[in-house]
Write a protein that binds this ligand. Structure first.
Ligand code: PEP
Ligand code: MG
Length: 754
C-alpha cells in the first residue's frame, strides 16, 4: 500500500484551510478533490452530488476530464456511483470495469483506471452524494484508506448540507431537502399543517476538524467513560424505567457502550483528525444509513440503541443546548420524535401544537390514546422520521390515512389545505346537530355516549353533545403516571369526572391493566400470551388490594350521587359475583365509618370474552347492565390479535358470525330487561353503528370525534328498514360473508349519511 504523505490528519488540516479560503464554491471543491487525490495517492478524485431530482451529477474531479464536470449525470441507481448512493456503503474494487454495475461514461476518460474506491456522502444517515478515488493499477485499498476516505467525506457532506453547492447548479441543493411522502399508521384522526419541532433536537456538530488531536482523543475517552458510568448507574438503580427506558433496553445500551468495533471506529476517526464530536457523528451517520435500510425490526431496534448511545455521547461532549422554555412551541408546531411518553406530550403547549409524528407507537400506544383525547392528529411507525426532517421544515400530518408529507410541494399543500377546510365545514355541520336529540326517522331514540379516560376528555362532553360517559377507562390515569396513583389521587380524578358530568350518567370501568396495558412502574410479567393472561378483573380478584383501593376511591368520590361501575374481561358469571362481593364489602366498610354512600350503585359487566355469550341469560339476570367491548370480543371471537397489523383487519365485524354474536347479546339482554350498551370502537363508525342499531342496540359509546358523524347517521336512518335487512341476511345463513357492501348500498339508497 503506498504510504500517504502525512496521512488523514494532514489532509484534514489542509481541508480546513481550504474551507476557510475566501473563494467560490467551485474553486473550493476543485481544491478539495486535488488535496484528497494527492493525500491518498490516487490519480483520480471525484465528487458526485445527488440532486433534488434524484440525479447524481459530477461536481468536481481531479484526474478525469474536467469538461465532464456538470455534464456527467446519471440516475441515482446507475453505475457504481449509484450503487454506493443506494446502499450508503463504501465500495472498494481492484478492477471496477469488471463489476456488473459498472457503467462506462466516455466523456470522463475513465477507461484507463482500474482500482476504484467510493464512499457515500452522508448526513444524518441520508445520502447526499458520492466521493470516489481511482487508480490506474489493479490495487486493493486498505481498511485504513477506506476509513480515511469516509472521514474526509464528512467534510464534503457538511459543505453540501450547508447549501454552498446551490450556487454551482440551480436546484441542486442538498438531496435531503427533497419533498418526502411516507406512510405509517394512523394514530389520531385529523390533519395538521405546520413546521417540524424535533422533540429531541438534533445535536449540531459545528467543529469538524481538530486543532489538537491529542486533546480530542482525551475528550472522546472522557465522554465514553462518563456515558458508561451514567448507564451503569441507571441499570444499578433500576430506574430510568419511569422515563420509558426498560431495564432490557438499558442493558443492551450498556452492552453497546462496551462494543469494541464501535469504539474502535470512533477512536480511529479521532486519530485521523476529527474532533471528538465529529468522530461520534461520523460513526453515527453510517449507523443511521444502515438503520434506514434495515427491514428486520429487531436489528433496526439495535441500531436505534446505538443511535441513542451516540446521542448520549454527543450531549456529553457538547452539552445540552437549551431549546427555549420547556414545553413552549412555535406557532403550528408538529412534534417529531422517535418515541414519546404521554406525559411528555402533555407537557407541551397544546394551543400551538398541530400534530405528532413518531417513528414508533402503534394505534393502542399510550401516546396515541392521549393524542386522540387531545384531538391532535398523530401518525406512528414512520421509519426514521427524525432523520427525514429538520427543525423548521414544512410538514403535513394526515392522521386519517397515516401519511406524512415533509417539505410538500405547493400542489400537495393546497390539496391538504382544502381538505382541512372541508373537514372544518363538516365539523360546523355536526356542531349544528349538537343539541338535537338522536332519534331515527322512525322515532327510535338512540343514546350516544362518550368513551373517556383522562380529564382532558371531559371537555368534549359539552362540545360533542353526548348524553354522558359510557366508558371511563380508569387505567389511563395509571398509564400516563410516573408512579402508582395514590388513593387520594384516584378519588380526586373521579370527583372531577362527576363534577364535569353533572346529572349525566357516567359508567366507570375498574382497572383494565395487563395484556397490552402495561404500567411502566409495575414489574412486567413474562407471559406467553399476555392478551389471554393475568389481566383486568383476574388481577382484581387474585390480588384484591388494588381493586379495593379503587372501589373505595370511587364510592367516596360519588358521595351521595348515583354510581355505575363495570368490570372488564369477565369470563364467567362467578367472576362477576365475586367482584360484586368486594364492592359490597367496601360499601359496608364506608357505612361503618359513616361515609355517605352513593344514592344508587349499579354494577355492570363488559361482554368481551366469548364464554360469556354462553351464559348471557344468567349474566343479564345478575348484572345491572352490560356493555359490549367489541374490540376484545372480536379479538377473541375470531382469534385475531388486535395489536397485530398482519391479522387485525382480517375479519369484519359486519360479517355474519360477528353480527349474530352481537344480535344475540342485544336480544337476550333486552329480553331479560338488562340495559345493554356497546363501547368498542365499532360503535363510533357510522356504518357499523347503523348495523348495531339494526340488530337492537339503543346505546352506543364512542370517541368524542365520532358523536357528530354517528348522530348525523341516526337522524337519517329508518331503523325498522335496517332491522328487516339484517334479520333477513342473518337468518338466511350467510356463510360468513360480510354484509358491509349490502349495508353500504342500503345507506346510499336511503340517503343515510355514513
Ligand atoms: C373493548 O375491548 O372493546 C373495550 C371497549 O375496551 P378496551 O378497548 O379498553 O380493551
Ligand atoms: Mg376490552
Amino acid at each position: 500500500m503506498p504510504a500517504a504523505p502525512g496521512g488523514p490528519r494532514l489532509l484534514l488540516r489542509r481541508l480546513r484551510e481550504a474551507m476557510a479560503e475566501p473563494v467560490s464554491a467551485q474553486a473550493r471543491l476543485d481544491r478539495i478533490v486535488t488535496l484528497i487525490a494527492a493525500n491518498v495517492i490516487a490519480e483520480v478524485c471525484s465528487v458526485y452530488v445527488l440532486r433534488d431530482d434524484n440525479i447524481l451529477e459530477l461536481f468536481a474531479t481531479e484526474g478525469l476530464n474536467r469538461e465532464a464536470v456538470h455534464l456527467t449525470r446519471m440516475r441515482s441507481d446507475e453505475g457504481l456511483v449509484g450503487l454506493i448512493a443506494k446502499t450508503a456503503e463504501p465500495l472498494s474494487l481492484s478492477d471496477a470495469q469488471s463489476h456488473p454495475a459498472f457503467s462506462y461514461r466516455p466523456e470522463t476518460g475513465e477507461e484507463v483506471y482500474h482500482a476504484f474506491l467510493g464512499v457515500p456522502l452522508l448526513r444524518a444517515g441520508n445520502t447526499l452524494g458520492v466521493l470516489v478515488v481511482q487508480n490506474r493499477t489493479y490495487r486493493v485499498y486498505s481498511e485504513e484508506e477506506i476509513e480515511a476516505l469516509q472521514t474526509t467525506a464528512m467534510v464534503l457532506s457538511e459543505m453540501i448540507a450547508s447549501g454552498e453547492m446551490q450556487a454551482l447548479a440551480p436546484g441542486t441543493g442538498s438531496a435531503v431537502r427533497r419533498p418526502v411522502s411516507q406512510r405509517g399508521v394512523a394514530l389520531a384522526d385529523g390533519i395538521g399543517l405546520g413546521h417540524v419541532v424535533l422533540h429531541e433536537p438534533r445535536i449540531v456538530v459545528k467543529t469538524l476538524i481538530a486543532e489538537n488531536v491529542e486533546r480530542e482523543v482525551e475528550r472522546l475517552e472522557w465522554a465514553i467513560g462518563e456515558v458508561r458510568s451514567a448507564i451503569d448507574d441507571l441499570v444499578e438503580r433500576g430506574d430510568g424505567i419511569g422515563t420509558g427506558e426498560s431495564r432490557e433496553v438499558l442493558e443492551t445500551v450498556r452492552m453497546f457502550a462496551h462494543d469494541k468495533g464501535w469504539l474502535r471506529r470512533m477512536r480511529e476517526a479521532v486519530h485521523s483528525g476529527l474532533t471528538a464530536e465529529a468522530a461520534v457523528e461520523r460513526v453515527q451517520s453510517d449507523n443511521r444509513a444502515r438503520m434506514m435500510r434495515q427491514s428486520d425490526p429487531y436489528l433496526r431496534d439495535r441500531l436505534h440503541d446505538l443511535d441513542d448511545l451516540a446521542n448520549r455521547l454527543l450531549r456529553t461532549l457538547i452539552g445540552h443546548e437549551a431549546v427555549g422554555a420547556v414545553g413552549a412551541l412555535p406557532e403550528n408546531a408538529i412534534l417529531v420524535a422517535r418515541s414519546m411518553g404521554p406525559a411528555a406530550l402533555l407537557d407541551y403547549d397544546r394551543t400551538t401544537l398541530r400534530g405528532v409524528v413518531l417513528e414508533e407507537g402503534g394505534p393502542t400506544s399510550h401516546i396515541a390514546i392521549v393524542a386522540r383525547a387531545l384531538g391532535i392528529p398523530a401518525v406512528g411507525e414512520i421509519a426514521n422520521a427524525t432523520a427525514l426532517c429538520d427543525s423548521g421544515d414544512a410538514i403535513i400530518v394526515d392522521g386519517a390515512s397515516g401519511e406524512i408529507q415533509v417539505r410538500p410541494g405547493p400542489e400537495i399543500e393546497a390539496a391538504y389545505a382544502e381538505m382541512v377546510r372541508v373537514r372544518a365545514r363538516r365539523q360546523e355541520q355536526y356542531r349544528a346537530l349538537r343539541d338535537l336529540p338522536a332519534v331515527t326517522r322512525d322515532g327510535v331514540a338512540i343514546g350516544l355516549q362518550l368513551n373517556a379516560g383522562l380529564l382532558i376528555d371531559l371537555a368534549h362532553l359539552h362540545d360533542s353533545g353526548a348524553d354522558g360517559i359510557g366508558l371511563f377507562r380508569t387505567e389511563l390515569q395509571f398509564m400516563v403516571a410516573q408512579r402508582m396513583p395514590s388513593a387520594a389521587e384516584q378519588q380526586a380524578l373521579y370527583e372531577a369526572v362527576f363534577a364535569a358530568t353533572g346529572d349525566r350518567p357516567v359508567t366507570i370501568r375498574t382497572l383494565d391493566i395487563g395484556g397490552d396495558k402495561i404500567l411502566p412502574y409495575m414489574p412486567a410479567l413474562e407471559e406467553e400470551n399476555p392478551a389471554l393472561g393475568w389481566r383486568a378483573i383476574r388481577i382484581g380478584l387474585d390480588r384484591p388490594a388494588l381493586l379495593r383501593v379503587q372501589l373505595r376511591a370511587l364510592l367516596r368520590a360519588a358521595g351521595g350521587r348515583p354510581l355505575k361501575i363495570m368490570f372488564p374481561m369477565v369470563a364467567t358469571v362467578d367472576e362477576f359475583v365475586r367482584a360484586r362481593a368486594i364492592v359490597d364489602r367496601e360499601k359496608a366498610h364506608l357505612r361503618r365509618h359513616g361515609h355517605p354512600l352513593p344514592s344508587e350503585c349499579r354494577l355492570g359487566v363488559m361482554v368481551e370474552v366469548p364464554s360469556l355469550l354462553f351464559e348471557i341469560d344468567e349474566i343479564a339476570r345478575e348484572a345491572d347492565f352490560l356493555s359490549v367491548g367489541s374490540n376484545d370480543l372480536m379479538q377473541f371471537l375470531f382469534a385475531v390479535d388486535r395489536e397485530n397489523r398482519r391479522v387485525a383487519n382480517r375479519f369484519d365485524p359486519l360479517s355474519v358470525p360477528a353480527l349474530r354474536a352481537f344480535r344475540s347479546i342485544a336480544q337476550r339482554a333486552t329480553a331479560a330487561g338488562c340495559p345493554v350498551t356497546i363501547c368498542g370502537e365499532i360503535g363510533g363508525r357510522p356504518l357499523e353503528a347503523m348495523a348495531l342499531i339494526g340488530i337492537g342496540f339503543r346505546h352506543l359509546s364512542m370517541s368524542p370525534a365520532a358523536i357528530g358523524p354517528v348522530k348525523a347517521m341516526v337522524l337519517g336512518l329508518d331503523a325498522g328498514a335496517v332491522t328487516a335487512l339484517i334479520d333477513a341476511e342473518l337468518d338466511a345463513g350467510g356463510g360468513g360473508a360480510s354484509l358491509r357492501p349490502r349495508l353500504a348500498a342500503f345507506a346510499k339508497a336511503q340517503g343515510v349519511p355514513i
